[in-house]
Design a protein around this ligand. Structure first.
Ligand code: FAD
Length: 293
């Protein structure tokens, strides 16, 4: 039965520090325990020893941060999959995973288990063909080892590549390596949003517009000095000093020669995509500039 476990021996810490303390205690007393979420599928696979205590994260279940524009979400592991999908749906996003087999999404949403359980099992349905499995959607992880020591790996942005990829190790570990406490996962835009982007491309004139953007034999764009002369609004120029394509060192002077007098320049220690590479600096530069306008 895929319904939440009624086991009265469940150990249910209500916060991360409590969980850490509990795990330390269990370790120091050499007490047998195993991680669990909502306990919907604990009976799957080899039987768990009857003397083992289930330690559940079901009360550690907050949404920590949804970076809507970055399409990532950071949640605590005890968050039910149904609650996660519902929260994302409000923002026209979703987590691209199938409902676990046996879930009764309408009558018993909690039967879908927790996000921690989903990652711990590491299973996928047919959506994997299109979106890849949960393993490939993980960006960061928080965990507590069996001795009560906490660890984190990965990060909160898709481009994060530093450190050991513990996400892949823990995904499919069946609760055998550590208790998962936190996850950062990619989200996806829902069909309405995709449709809103696609619809203009069906316009009868869309192809001509598209072609004009790429057609190098067509009329050339205006030269920089004419473009700048047309400018009615204040301008902020953000340069990445290591940008291999823009060559900031060579081009800054000619830009500034034609730029309107009220132009502000900020040179960042970054490459071609400063907003991806040093988002804090870019955001600060934008906010500082807005304050002066
Ligand atoms: C299409 C599809 C089909 C699936 N089919 C199955 C299936 O048939 N059987 C199945 O078991 N799973 C299946 N899964 C995975 C399923 O999502 C999880 O088993 C389910 O979410 C468990 O949720 P739960 O919170 O009730 O976990 P529980 O039932 O409490 O635990 C399940 C497993 O995860 C471990 N676990 C749970 N939470 C944590 C945590 N925080 N840290 C570390 N380990 C943890 C437990 O030790 C246990 O091994 C499927 C997933 C998909 C996408």
């Amino acid at each position: 039965m895929n319904t939440p476990s009624q086991d009265t021996s469940l150990l249910t810490p209500t916060s991360l520090p409590d969980l850490r303390e509990l795990v330390k205690d269990l370790y120091s007393t050499e007490t047998l325990w195993h991680p669990c979420g909502l306990g919907t599928r604990l009976n799957w696979g080899p039987p768990i020893k009857s003397t083992s205590n289930p330690v559940t994260v079901q009360k550690i279940n907050r949404i920590i941060e949804h970076s809507q524009q970055d399409l990532t979400i950071t949640v605590e592991a005890g968050l039910p999959l149904a609650d996660l999908q519902a929260a994302l749906q409000e923002k026209k996003q979703w987590l691209s995973v199938d409902w676990p087999w046996g879930s009764q999404v309408i009558t018993d949403p909690k039967s879908g288990g927790t996000i921690g359980g989903l990652v711990a099992r590491g299973l996928s349905g047919s959506l994997r063909q299109q979106y890849m499995g949960i393993r490939d959607q993980l960006i960061g992880i928080g965990l507590i080892r069996s001795d009560g020591v906490s660890a984190k790996a990965g990060g909160k942005v898709v481009k994060n590549v530093a450190g050991y990829d513990l996400m892949r190790l823990l995904c499919g570990s069946w609760g055998s390596l550590a208790i998962i406490t936190e996850l950062t996962i990619r989200t996806n835009v829902d069909d309405d949003l995709v449709e809103a982007i696609r619809r203009p491309s069906l316009d009868p004139g869309a192809f001509r517009v598209f072609r004009s953007v790429f057609d190098t034999r067509g009329p050339q764009g205006k030269p920089l000095d004419e473009l700048f002369a047309d400018l009615k609004a204040p301008l902020l120029l953000l340069w990445g000093n290591r940008d291999p394509w823009m060559n900031a060192a060579g081009k800054r002077a000619s830009f500034m020669r034609h730029a309107p007098t009220a132009t502000t320049e900020v040179v960042l220690d970054a490459g071609h995509c400063p907003h991806d590479e040093v988002p804090d600096q870019v955001n600060k530069a934008l906010l500082d500039w807005l304050e002066t306008q």
